[in-house]
Design a protein around this ligand. Structure first.
Ligand code: SF4
Ligand code: SF4
Length: 509
């Protein structure tokens, strides 16, 4: 096997015998077969709704920490072959032996596409589709097998970011038109006595359907990981049995799920290999699957999950639990609709110097020790600067801040990884109001990356011309030295160093 698509790849080079994520060579092999078949399909088959759905599903199920189930993947591969089978085969494994820079640019495009597929898939659950997004999957997959020109591939890297902006806009539309615009909401980390279910992943619809089906069942529901922002959506927060948030980011799940008297539902990544200690109370749905773990199919009948919660009974007494820094109230709900209501005041405070800077510290969490950089970094941000965040990296610091800068919360959580869209809307509006380009705003992105959604988000930020992004904890293994040089020259992208050095440089002090 060879896989280097995520940040935790072995020795920062590539997983070659078994994945650090737990993916074995058999799973890696089927995933490669799926990606190769999707490229063949994009090259030769007619474009159709059915084919586009297969491309989106297939790319998403090969994203890190989504699917570890040989049978599930093999069945999907058979479905692909039935839909379209071609003798002239492109094999993705060839890509790993191409010229360093060609391989690098094609890998960036492929991994960006995988991230975009995750967003497109979640939007499709609500029947939201976008012609530009759909057709780009074909264009980019074709290019991976057909193009070798570095300039053309470089342009396609940025186009992946451009089209991904449409994908996250589409998902924002799907989520907000269905459940309303997020509103500022406080979420507890405490767990009440009695039966409960923990829901992980990013799919709002799965959470909503479960809440609907569990009304009056006596079972409470807690979000986990990237589900946390769902508490802020009006049509989701109305459920009284949606009580709070359980645990922290994905990499802690094996420890956090071990002893709880409750079932867990995974709706998307990031799922780690399920330990025996909680295997009999773990459920998956949609494209997430793990061998011998109960799977809830597209009928979305969550009764077995609800019954499991009743059988396990939950805690006998109230549990006081906290975030990583001892706080037990998390603030969510600062999507673009809310953020823009602060715009006048933010501009006023910036103009009179009472607000000095805005940091957007967002992205994925992960297991590497260097990630405590982000906790230290936000702790050292001066008191007269705002902090905006998104995605699951925030669990390192989202229980710390309660203060305000005048009448504006100093720390605002915009939501999931796709809600970078809110950050983009915010900075675009700010640049209009301050009459300057996005790159000259008093705003910096400090990003933690992990899997392929963060690749697509990064490409979108680059497409928008955002410069001086701090990226960590390490640089992607799939970026060749020449491509890295180009990113540094063109976008002034920088690896994180130490919080003190980076803050000093950003604030020019
Ligand atoms: S997804 Fe990441 S950890 Fe898993 S095999 Fe690939 S590079 Fe390794
Ligand atoms: S933000 Fe990234 S790392 Fe975190 S759960 Fe989502 S996909 Fe996984």
């Amino acid at each position: 096997m060879f896989c280097y698509q995520c940040e935790q790849t072995r020795n920062s080079q590539g997983c070659i015998s078994v994945g650090v994520c737990g993916k074995n060579s058999e799973i890696s092999d089927i995933q490669d077969k799926i990606v190769s078949a999707l490229i063949n399909l994009a090259n030769s088959a007619e474009r159709s709704l059915k084919h586009t759905d297969l491309i989106i599903k297939g790319l998403f199920m090969t994203v890190t920490n989504v699917n570890f189930d040989r049978d599930f993947l093999q069945n999907f591969f058979e479905e692909l072959k039935n839909a379209y089978y071609s003798e002239e085969k492109f094999d993705i494994k060839k890509l790993w032996n191409e010229n360093d820079d060609v391989r690098s640019l094609k890998s960036i495009i492929l991994f960006g596409l995988k991230g975009m597929a995750a967003f497109a898939y979640n939007a499709r659950c609500f029947n939201f589709k976008n012609e530009v997004v759909d057709s780009f999957f074909y264009e980019a997959l074709q290019a991976i097998s057909q193009k070798d020109n570095l300039n053309e591939l470089g342009a396609l890297v940025l186009k992946t970011g451009e089209v991904n902006l449409k994908a996250i806009e589409l998902l924002d539309k799907a989520n907000t038109e269905t459940y309303g615009h997020p509103v500022p909401t406080k979420v507890t980390t405490n767990i009440e006595a009695g039966p409960f279910i923990v829901v992980s992943g990013h799919n709002l619809q799965d959470l909503y359907l479960l809440l609907e089906q569990s009304v009056d069942s006596g079972v409470n529901v807690y979000t986990h990981g990237e589900m946390l922002p769902c508490h802020a959506y009006p049509k989701i927060k109305k459920f009284e049995h949606l009580k709070g948030n359980f645990g922290t980011a994905w990499q802690n799940q094996q420890k956090e799920f071990e002893n709880i008297p409750a079932p867990i539902l995974f709706t998307t990544n990031c799922m780690m290999p399920v330990l025996d200690s909680y295997a009999d109370r773990t459920f998956t749905t949609s494209l997430v699957s793990f061998p011998n773990i109960k799977y809830i199919n597209q009928n979305k009948d969550f009764k077995p999950l609800i019954n499991k919660a009743i059988e396990l009974g939950g805690y006998k007494a109230f549990q006081h639990r906290t975030g990583l820094n001892g706080g037990f109230v998390l603030s969510v709900g600062y999507g673009h609709n809310t953020l823009l209501t602060f715009m006048d005041r933010i501009v006023e405070l910036l103009n009179c110097g009472k607000l000095k800077y805005i940091f957007i510290v967002g992205g994925c969490d992960g297991a590497k020790s260097g990630r405590n950089y982000y906790t230290e970094f936000v702790r050292k941000i001066p008191k007269d600067a705002l902090i905006l965040t998104y995605a699951c990296g925030k669990y390192r610091f989202n229980d710390i801040f309660t203060e305000k800068i005048y009448d504006i919360p100093r720390f605002m959580d915009m939501g999931q990884c796709n809600d970078t869209y809110s950050a983009i809307k915010f900075i675009r509006e700010l640049s209009k109001r301050l009459n300057c380009s996005i790159s000259s705003l008093p705003v910096s992105f400090v990003i933690s990356w992990y899997e392929q959604k963060s690749v697509s988000i990064l490409l979108t930020l680059l497409y928008l011309g955002i410069q001086n992004i701090r990226l960590g904890p390490g640089m992607p293994a799939f970026v060749s030295p020449n491509v890295m040089k180009m990113l540094i020259n063109k976008f002034k992208i920088k690896p994180i160093s130490t919080p003190d050095v980076d803050l000093k440089e950003i604030l020019n002090v």
